[in-house]
Design a protein. Structure first.
Length: 217
């Protein structure tokens, strides 16, 4: 069964780094769909600069022309803090026990996994697919991670084929050229009245200007 990919993020705003990550993983891991799940009230970081409503609207504009990309607003609509583990429990009960799920993330996010709520249970519900830059493998960087995360990584490393053979439990690495784009960069460029063209879809840039997002009050 083809896996469903899950890409959570603040998406404050969504940009081509996120979209390329999702598209490369869709292709390389043979995903039937990628669900973009904007955070509502993220437990790990400063409150996003704009509301979940605006962040979701920008994701919708960014993925509108992709038949296999879907916006999932379940976290954005909640007013309580959402942990990924709970979102995965919901998805697992909706999609069934046999549907392979792949939680998609960049290498930097994976190296912080041990800080996530109930992180050791994540692999009971999903695979984890990590994008790394060619030449900067996780294998080389995992040595700096805490022992428990290293152990998880070493025991669960799997092939791409495994992602469609089992519903959950594997950690796969995919070489994905990382675009040097971040939401932080875009927010600071808007605030400084500098161009953001070609860093994100034009429809998202238009939305930012129409709604005066990321500009100092
Ligand atoms: P910020 O700059 O506000 O910290 P961000 O651009 O890193 O935000 P997030 O919403 O925090 O975006 O990221 C969501 C996911 O996308 C994470 O798994 C992150 O590793 C990944 N990601 C973000 N930017 C890139 C990029 N340029 N290339 C590949 N993956 C990325």
């Amino acid at each position: 069964m083809k896996p469903i990919g899950i890409l959570g993020g603040t998406f404050d705003p969504i940009h081509y780094g996120h979209l390329r990550l999702a598209e490369e993983m869709r292709e390389l891991a043979g995903l039937q769909q990628v669900r973009f799940i904007p955070t509502g009230n993220p437990p790990h970081r400063d409150t996003p600069q704009v509301t979940a409503h605006h962040r979701s609207a920008m994701v919708q504009l960014a993925i509108a022309d992709h038949p296999d990309f879907v916006l999932d607003e379940r976290e954005a609509k909640k007013t309580i803090k959402c942990f990924t583990i709970n979102t995965l429990r919901e998805l697992r009960s909706e999609l069934g026990e046999t549907q392979p799920l792949c939680l998609l993330m960049g290498g930097d996010a994976f190296l912080q996994l041990h800080t996530w709520h109930e992180w050791e249970q994540l692999l009971d519900l999903t695979h984890i697919v990590v994008g790394y830059r060619p030449g900067f493998t996780l294998e080389e960087r995992i040595h700096s991670a805490p022992a428990q995360l290293r152990k998880h990584y070493q025991e669960r490393l799997c092939s791409v084929d495994y992602l469609s053979q089992q519903a959950a439990g594997g950690i796969a690495e995919l070489a994905i050229p990382k675009l040097e784009i971040s939401a932080t960069l875009i927010r600071s460029r808007v605030a400084e009245n500098r161009t953001i063209r070609y860093l994100l879809p034009a429809t998202v840039a238009d939305y930012i200007y129409q709604h005066h997002l990321y500009t100092p009050c």
